[in-house]
Design a binder for this molecule. Structure first.
Ligand code: SAH
Ligand code: SF4
Ligand code: F3S
Length: 501
């Protein structure tokens, strides 16, 4: 967004006396505009700073950020927490007690949106009791025109609305909301630049998220993400490596590289030929003990990436490889740009290069027009690949996406039935994925005591299996060798083999 557009997007809207035409006060987000992929270069900014007049606006106040959706949103919330704390806010003990509540929302399916509107309904009462409380809505739902309209018309007590591209402007929005007592609304339809040095308050001290790219250019026909997150923009490898080195120096044991489609990393670089496989090879030489990544798109998963992963070391033997459907016709209508056969070939290549690799996936049932035979192809593909886990979803139409206009004649009952049948097959895979480790000695990155018993530790293996075993909390943050003694469907039980490995 250039300066002129920024000028145009006025921010504050009076609370009263405004009827339906809000457009003179702010630019509405537009799914149509978000569809456009500009050719202008993405700028990298390293000069994020909070003005001295704003530094203390949160002093004595508390914040609460409620996060919905994917890891990208979790990580964005860590930036918003960092900003809030730099403004003087402290984390509240609960949402009910906070002076500032931000809902960082997800638009991926209708039920994700319903959850947010339900929460906003409950917040109405809190706001009535405490009119000084600020309530903000941000994240992917704010990028949708229809959501912003609904918030403006029916949720007058929402004080702040901003999107995924302008998180770095949060200090200014809070300042204006606190000073002006008016509603602050600013959403950019087009993606912004890359802001490198936002403060972050990370949720954990053992495992951390690291963005490697923003946005998505795949335009799967069912998916809203390319509209809510903008075009693909890769971070410079130097910046990624520096961030990971810093995390390692302060004690982090694992990083997860984040992108909507990590396999497209670097394809937007104009000054160099450097892609995801190169990044993995470079990171393989770093001291951070564990590296994971999410999410992979099968189309862009190339030989260089497979070769890098085959070196193992700090690269884990676990890949989440969303397939969505096992039928070629459905894959074509989804615009996934691979076939059942090419996907199965990729799986074969990965398994050959990384023996014992654990694969998981995402699957949608009930895509518009999906027939029983086409669904059967998905079931057989799940068996053939031997996934050890899957996120399974009923298709949810998203306004503005191509699939939302396709004829959908699969009944609700049929969709639910397919989901159940699919889950039965998927659950067998989870169990098989656990049982294969019975009697084996595995490396577990210990996160701390388990949820239900403080004498028992919990952590994940290289293959991303949850393990519980008896031990004391001094193991937290260390990689322990554990013999697996019992395999449950969702987790493993074990016993320590030796001292800290
Ligand atoms: N960028 C990632 C994640 C996208 S969202 C990827 O490409 O894998 C996570 C999953 O949500 C998708 O893989 C898909 O299975 C599911 N999903 C996306 N849009 C959906 C929709 N409209 N209805 C149902 N499931 C959807
Ligand atoms: Fe959505 Fe497809 Fe992009 Fe994943 S790759 S975020 S499913 S458009
Ligand atoms: Fe949801 Fe946005 Fe992530 S739509 S899945 S929070 S990118």
């Amino acid at each position: 967004m250039n300066e002129q557009q920024r000028e145009l997007s006025k921010q504050t809207v009076p609370r009263t006396g405004v009827k339906k035409d809000f457009s003179r006060y702010f630019q509405r987000p537009s799914i149509n505009d978000a569809r456009k992929r500009g050719r202008e270069d993405v700028q990298v900014h390293r000069d994020f700073a909070i003005g001295s007049s704003m530094k203390n606006i949160g002093r004595g106040k508390t914040y609460w950020i409620q996060t919905y959706g994917c890891q990208m949103n979790e990580h964005d919330s860590e930036a918003m927490q960092g900003i809030a704390e730099e403004l003087g806010y402290a984390k509240a003990g609960s949402m009910q007690k906070a002076d500032l509540i931000l809902l960082n929302t997800c638009a991926i399916r209708e039920n994700a949106e319903n959850k947010v509107f339900g929460e906003l309904g409950r917040l109405r009462k809190l706001k009535l009791n405490n009119p000084d409380m600020l309530i903000g809505v941000c994240g992917c739902m704010s990028q949708e025109e229809k959501v912003v309209n609904r918030l403006m018309e029916r949720f007058q007590y929402v004080d702040l609305i901003f999107g995924t591209h302008n998180i770095h402007r949060l200090p200014e929005y809070l300042f204006n909301a606190l000073m002006g007592k008016e509603r602050v609304v600013e959403v950019w339809s087009a993606e912004g630049d890359i802001i490198e040095n936002m403060p972050r308050r990370r949720e954990g001290s053992i495992k951390g998220w690291v963005n490697i790219m923003y946005g998505c250019d795949e335009f799967c026909t069912f998916c809203i993400v390319p509209y809510t997150r903008g075009k693909e923009r890769s971070r410079m490898p130097e910046d990624i490596i520096a961030e990971i080195r810093h995390l390692q120096e302060i004690g982090y044991q694992e990083v997860t590289l984040l992108g909507q489609n990590v396999n497209a990393y670097g394809k937007d670089f104009k000054d160099r030929d450097y892609t995801f496989g190169d990044l993995l090879s470079d990171l393989n030489k770093e001291d951070i003990p564990r590296i994971r990544f999410t999410t992979s798109h099968p189309r862009d998963f190339d030989d260089k990436t497979i070769a890098a992963l085959s070196k193992r070391g700090n690269l884990m033997e676990y890949i989440h490889l969303p397939v969505q459907s096992g039928n070629d016709e459905v894959l074509k209508q989804m615009n996934r740009k691979y076939t059942r056969q090419s996907y199965l070939q990729l799986v074969k290549d990965i398994k050959a290069a990384i023996p014992g690799v654990s694969l998981t996936t995402d699957i949608i049932v009930g895509f518009p027009g999906e027939t029983e035979e086409q669904f059967q192809d998905t079931l057989s593909l799940v068996e053939e690949v031997g996934y050890e886990g899957a996120f399974t979803f009923i298709y949810s139409p998203r306004e503005g996406t191509p699939a939302a206009k396709m004829k959908d004649d699969v009944t609700e009952a049929e969709k639910k039935d397919r989901l159940q049948r699919l889950n039965a097959v998927v659950n067998k895979g989870y169990k098989r994925g656990s049982e294969r480790f019975l009697g084996e000695v595995v490396e577990v990155l210990v996160e701390g005591p388990s949820k239900n018993n403080d004498q028992v530790l919990a952590g994940y293996t290289r293959h991303q299996k949850l393990v519980n075993f008896p031990g004391d909390s001094s193991y937290a943050g260390k990689i322990a060798k554990v013999r697996i003694t019992e395999a449950k469907t969702w987790h493993l039980l074990g016993e320590l083999v030796d001292e800290h490995a």
